[in-house]
Write a protein that binds this ligand. Structure first.
Ligand SMILES: Nc1ncnc2c1ncn2[C@@H]1O[C@H](COP(=O)(O)OP(=O)(O)OP(=O)(O)O)[C@@H](O)[C@H]1O
Ligand SMILES: [Mg+2]
Length: 174
């Protein structure tokens, strides 16, 4: 596996490196990567999923939920904005807050949702979060970019913000 570290992030690949990053040929690969990411998430973490419609953001959250071991089916939260998934007894004990910021006009709306979970006690994963949700943890968050190539392969790149995420991304890719 190759890891390239640069000012704008870290790129590597499990399946072979594309020109711009990490290749995820099938849905199962995206879920598997999400599962790995979910297995290192901690309470207070913020992950922003970036990428166009159909890029595979929700599919990745399914893997993250598996890695965390939380209950409930992960669906596209487009119609509900945010959903809290509680830890399963056999899970890692960290709830998942899955947010779709596509329709969120600002973070104040997230506060207004009355999620019944302090965001600092959960791993917060935000689809369409870039440009909106960084404010939750400006110095310390992970941006996951997914791109859909014409051949349907997804390209992934990881952009760590903060020293802790740089280390964790390097270990995720090793
Ligand atoms: N390598 C892949 N990784 C992820 N999804 C894939 C892949 N190949 C094909 N797909 C398909 O692409 C679709 C991705 O849908 P998904 O809902 O995850 O996208 P999204 O980025 O969440 O879109 P939206 O912005 O509408 O929320 C699914 O139907 C999935 O089966
Ligand atoms: Mg989605």
């Amino acid at each position: 596996m190759t890891v390239r570290s640069g000012v704008d992030g870290v790129h590597g690949t499990a399946q072979g490196r594309g020109r711009d990053g990490f290749e995820l040929p099938d849905e199962a690969d995206t879920i598997a990567f999400g599962r790995r990411l979910g297995s290192v998430l901690r309470a207070g973490d913020l992950v922003l999923l970036s990428g166009p419609l159909g890029a595979g953001k929700t599919v990745m959250v399914r893997g993250i939920a598996e890695g965390l071991g939380v209950a409930g089916q992960v669906n596209s939260p487009t119609f509900v904005i945010a959903r809290v998934h509680r830890p399963r007894p056999d899970g890692r004990g960290v709830p998942l807050v899955h947010v779709d910021a596509y329709r969120l006009r600002g973070l104040d709306e997230l506060d207004d949702l009355d999620l019944d979970t302090d965001l600092m006690d959960a791993a917060v994963v935000v689809e369409w979060g870039e440009g909106v949700a960084e404010r939750l943890s400006e110095e310390d968050h992970l941006v996951v970019r997914l791109n859909r190539r014409p051949d349907d392969v997804r390209e992934l790149s990881l952009e760590p913000h903060g020293a802790d995420w740089a280390d964790r991304v390097a270990s995720l890719l090793s």
